[in-house]
Write a protein that binds this ligand. Structure first.
Ligand code: NIG
Ligand code: FE
Length: 391
């Protein structure tokens, strides 16, 4: 007997993420060839369930959501920075530790030392843990190599993570994360190296989809950021930006000027920056894990983002220095408790808006016919429960 669908989930509470939660109660959803082929209330099913699909799963009124999307991670890295965590708790600042050769530089040293297989071995468990929390799409940045060999190694490892786990991985080249030791005191030359050698190579070898810059007084200036964005644009790579995390640099407005997919962090963004994001359709990616772990006190202006209808995504920022977090569910809880997002906004932040932040909203981020059928059946009856429980 031939069936129109491959798998049919019945008696589900569908959290479609179309127009808010977009709940459809007592519903069914069907997949065919890994795409969503049908969804709707049970009573509108076109036939008896057993005639529709060889595999039938009874959701028992529990929630089905789109697979979650972690749209900002640095999960490929070597070692850890627990010693710096201890130093910060003694009162040293993140900026101070970075200035004294720690911070990103210490992870760069460790990451340069490992070969590709070792780096994969250390990084893969973090990707798996994120998947255990519901993630079915990951973004992974380079930025702990800061030289041609190690940046490419990181991006290849990111690609292998996607192949190993059979999930889409979007790769972002973050060569402009910090000035490497070879270019200390000569950031402009490093930017030239990025634009003349690294980005052309990354584009040619198709090692990344996007380019990101850490625009901050402890990293790169607005002008240097502009040069990298202009180069990325020339090579038709999408643009993302670490913007206004520790101070207001005007980076969000610059990202908007370049039509960036997202501007990320944004604790210090002002209304001008917010309106710039609104007019370019750039997604605001909020990273409560870094805010929490750095014990910051300035929260991103969520009310302003709402007022100007800027789509808000949230992400783990999984990294060894500022957010050693591998649970998207924990991030949803933090976004609610620390940034006062509603559980519904948190849900959209790891689904539809996270898809937009990766330029994947045509195929991911909501339960819609034609989109990818990599969906999650949760042991909860209401989607608020996903943000409510801690981790
Ligand atoms: O997103 N802000 C810059 N980059 C990372 C931190 C990197 C690190 O400290 O290793 C972040 O917070
Ligand atoms: Fe980051």
């Amino acid at each position: 007997m031939t069936h129109p669908f491959d798998t049919l989930w019945i008696n589900a509470r569908l959290v479609t993420c179309n127009n808010g939660y977009g709940i459809i109660d007592n519903a069914a959803i069907a997949s065919k060839d890994q795409r969503i082929a049908w969804l709707g209330p049970m009573e509108q099913l076109p036939d008896q369930a057993r005639a529709l699909a060889p595999h039938i799963i009874d959701a028992k009124q529990r929630c089905i959501t789109p697979g979650l999307i972690d749209c900002h991670t640095h999960l490929v890295f070597a070692g850890n920075r627990a010693n710096e965590f201890a130093r910060r708790l003694q009162g040293e600042s993140y900026a101070n530790i970075a200035a004294s050769g720690g911070g990103i530089q210490s992870t760069v040293r460790a990451t340069r030392e490992l070969d590709e297989t070792e780096l994969l071995q250390q990084s893969l468990p973090r990707a798996k843990a994120l998947m255990d929390s519901g993630a079915r799409v990951l973004e992974i940045k380079s930025g702990y190599g800061l030289d041609l060999e190690t940046e490419c190694k990181m991006l290849r490892v990111a690609g292998r993570i996607g192949e190993t786990l059979a999930i889409p991985v979007r790769r972002t080249f973050l060569g402009a994360h910090a000035v490497p030791p070879e270019y200390q005191g000569n950031a402009d030359n490093y930017i030239r190296y990025i634009c003349n050698e690294l980005i052309p190579l990354v584009a040619r070898e198709k090692l990344a989809d996007s380019v990101d810059v850490f625009c901050e007084h402890i990293a790169f200036s607005l002008q240097q950021t502009r040069e990298v964005f202009a180069c990325a644009e020339q090579y038709q790579l999408a643009i993302k930006c670490h913007a206004e995390q520790l101070s207001n640099m005007g980076a969000a407005a610059l990202a908007a000027e370049f039509g960036a997919l997202s501007a990320d962090h944004l604790e210090y963004i002002d209304e001008q920056g917010v309106t710039a994001l609104a007019s370019s359709g750039t997604v605001a990616v909020l990273l409560p894990g870094a805010y929490y772990f750095l014990r910051e006190s300035k929260t991103p202006p969520v009310a302003l983002l709402r007022k100007h209808q800027v789509p808000m995504a949230i992400a783990s920022d999984c990294n060894p220095g500022t957010s050693p977090v591998t649970s998207l569910k924990l991030i949803m809880n933090m976004a609610c408790v620390l940034f006062a997002l509603t559980p519904e906004e948190a849900m959209l932040g790891v689904t539809l808006n996270a898809a937009k932040a990766l330029g994947m909203e045509q195929s991911h981020g909501s339960l819609s016919v034609g989109k990818c059928a990599d969906i999650v059946l949760w042991d909860v009856n209401h989607p608020d429960e996903l943000s409510y429980t801690v981790g």
